[in-house]
Write a new protein. Structure first.
Ligand code: NFS
Length: 649
């Protein structure tokens, strides 16, 4: 019998704790309990296992002096690099297959073949055309849009030359990539090449594999993800500040509740639109409900939160808790971060678990295929009806409706940041740069990524961000991490007063922004690339991305996608710190390369640190080092709070 953690050790999120307690009383198993039940394989966890051929799998000792090698003679450094490269390829594939879906959808709309969606942000299409070198003078908008869509789609299978969006980077950063020979070609080509290079008997130089992985990761960040963000903005609107409510309390006992858990914004968009149809509302009312309530969960929810202020139920590990409420009439999923356990747990309640994408079917789930290009509206209606019909099956004895929810302001695209800081007539990044130069803002850090049930849910995110804010570091967020902070009120302008050092507090008050900016889903980390390019362009902070006092962190990550994102930030010149665990063996050449030496090649580097306070310290040290190199470091005390001070806070 496994001993399960006490709920207080599992999460700091009150509503999650409340529902997990009920889940245990209901005898259902959640992702947290399964994490207690299955210990990670210690050899796999250190990437000291290679299973890419059938002379093995070979497992090496994780203790120095690492003399043992695989049957083919491969060293532990090659083992680690291969595993790393494959994670980057898988993550890149995931973001990019999603990006391609957006490109195909956009193209069908631009061509006038699909009237279920519209292009809502024409300005974005012109901007994209500019980056892609597509002429716009004197041309019909639709012709431009079709060409933009085709160019974006072609970028996936591009065989020669680099992805055009890379030219948005500062010249020096671009030159670094060119000199290293890692300017990526099309996304598909880079993913295929990385899979090839990591098969048995191909690339057996760990540095060459890691640099090859950088090429693949760059194709993700500056290719697939950038296409996804750009075209989704064109279709659904570029985010600008908007209010919403987050946490499980957004579920409403009196209405039909639909939770959409996934990554395809057009699926959620259609379900929301169909739920607003008076005929649908009438149908729900006829069954005794007061209406229909659609909320997001994880990333497509993040996209619709920052674009239209859609309420959001929480990060992906909270999906079990949502079902345990007994008031979720349907949970609809598309692709990515969908736990198979949801199928099992939904059967313990009345919840319908519905898959909608041919790529992601789950045993035991009902499948209603959603095709954005054909009959999206019809399918959207069908999905909403299915939830309405299930409302009558609620089991009153199993209901526990959570009440906790928090208000937030989100929607900080790089365009919105530009506007907020500079105003509509002189929108620019100059004010941000000035505040960094004068030291009111010490640096900017992207705190992103998943939750991982092996650590206390949300706690690492929140403690890290608190430390950064106290030290005048502006925080930009995406993905599940953003929900951790939003649920605790960090995304309200008032949070600046409560959590920030004096400099950051002053800037936030003057501009009227929260100190933690929500920028969208994980694919929207490409927005952070855009923002940091603008920072270099605005001047005064160096000539390449690696000069900036910035960093990235994914303190509770769990996905291969996070590794791909981390690596494109490293390849773009940032320090990237990961928590929980990292697939490496300490004191090997591979470890030394990715954590140190790689900085000479790429300008950025990796760090692994599970403790949020130590992570904050290493990030702040890095930022101070960059400030010093820029000659803008005014001596500043680092505020390190002791336990007592933390408790008071
Ligand atoms: Ni990102 Fe979205 Fe969340 Fe992690 Fe999964 S939902 S794309 S991978 S778990 S942040």
């Amino acid at each position: 019998m496994t001993t399960l953690r006490e709920i207080k050790d599992i999460t700091i999120c009150e509503s999650t704790a409340e529902l997990l307690t009920k889940g245990r009383a209901d005898s259902v198993s959640t992702v947290f309990d399964r994490a207690d039940d299955i210990k990670p394989c210690p050899i796999g966890a250190q990437q000291a296992c290679c299973k890419h051929c059938y002379m093995g799998p070979c497992r090496l000792s994780t203790k120095a002096p690492y003399e043992k090698v695989g049957v083919c003679g491969a060293t532990i450094d090659v083992f680690q690099a291969r595993g790393f490269g494959r994670a980057v390829a898988a993550g890149t594939a995931a973001h990019s297959d999603h990006g391609r879906e957006m490109a195909e959808l956009f193209l069908s709309v631009a061509k006038g073949e699909n009237t279920d969606y519209q292009i809502r942000d024409t300005k974005k299409v012109y901007t994209m055309a500019g980056y892609l070198g597509i002429a716009t003078e004197g041309r019909e908008f639709n012709d431009i849009a079709v060409e933009v869509g085709e160019a974006c789609l072609a970028l996936f299978s591009q065989q020669h030359g680099h992805i055009k969006f890379l030219e948005r980077a500062p010249k020096k950063t671009f030159q670094r990539w060119a000199d290293l020979g890692i300017l990526p070609r099309g996304v598909d080509r880079e993913v295929v090449e990385m899979m090839h290079r990591t098969t048995m008997g191909v690339d057996q130089d760990y540095k060459n594999i890691v640099l090859g992985s950088a090429r693949c990761a760059l194709a993700d960040g500056w290719g697939g993800s950038m296409v996804s963000t750009g075209l989704s903005d064109a279709l659904f609107g570029t985010p600008s500040p908007v209010t919403a409510e987050v946490d499980l309390g957004v579920l409403d006992e009196k209405r039909v509740n639909i939770v959409v858990n996934g990554h395809e914004p057009h699926v959620l968009d259609m379900i929301v639109r169909m739920s607003e149809d008076p005929a649908m509302i009438a149908k729900a009312k006829a069954l005794g409900a007061e209406g229909i309530n659609v909320v997001g969960m994880c990333c497509s929810g993040n996209e619709q939160l920052v674009r239209r202020g859609l309420n959001h139920a929480g990060n992906f590990v909270m999906a079990d808790a949502a079902i345990i409420t007994g008031i979720v009439d349907a949970i609809m999923v598309d692709v990515q971060c969908i736990m198979m356990g949801l199928s099992t747990i939904s059967k313990c309640y009345h919840t319908k678990f519905v898959t909608t994408n041919y790529r992601c079917k789950v045993e035991g789930a009902e499948h209603v295929e959603f095709n954005g290009e054909h009959g999206a509206m019809e399918t959207g209606k069908k999905l909403v009806e299915l939830a309405i019909d299930n409302y009558k099956n609620r089991d009153k004895a199993k209901i526990k409706a959570p009440s906790k929810k928090e208000k937030m302001v989100g929607g900080f695209s790089h365009e919105a940041i530009n506007y907020m800081l500079g105003g509509s007539f002189r929108g620019s990044y100059n004010p941000l740069n000035e505040n960094i130069i004068n030291g009111k803002i010490r640096g900017v850090v992207g705190v992103v990524g998943c939750n991982n049930p092996r650590v206390k849910h949300d706690w690492v995110h929140v403690e890290l961000v608190k430390e950064l804010l106290k030290n005048d570091i502006l925080v930009v967020q995406t993905g599940c991490s953003a929900l951790a902070l939003a649920k605790l009120g960090f995304m309200q302008p008032e949070a600046a007063e409560k959590y920030c050092g004096p400099g950051l507090r002053e800037v936030c008050a003057a501009v009227g922004i929260p100190p933690v900016l929500h920028s969208g889903a994980c694919v929207d980390n490409s927005r952070i690339l855009e923002a940091v390019c603008e920072m270099v362009a605005a001047g005064g902070l160096g000539n390449e991305l690696a000069d900036l006092p910035i960093a990235g962190a994914a303190p509770e990550y769990m996905s291969e996608k996070a590794i791909a994102i981390g690596h494109y930030f490293v390849a773009s010149g940032a320090l990237v710190a990961f928590g929980v665990t990292f697939p490496y063996t300490p004191n090997t050449k591979f470890a030394d390369y990715i954590f140190n030496e790689i900085e000479n090649d790429l300008g950025g580097k990796w760090a692994f640190e599970p403790d949020p306070y130590a992570m904050a310290k290493l990030i702040i040290d890095h930022i101070d080092k960059k400030r010093e190199a820029l000659g803008i470091n005014v001596a500043k005390e680092r505020v390190l709070f002791d336990m007592e001070a933390r408790r008071q806070l």
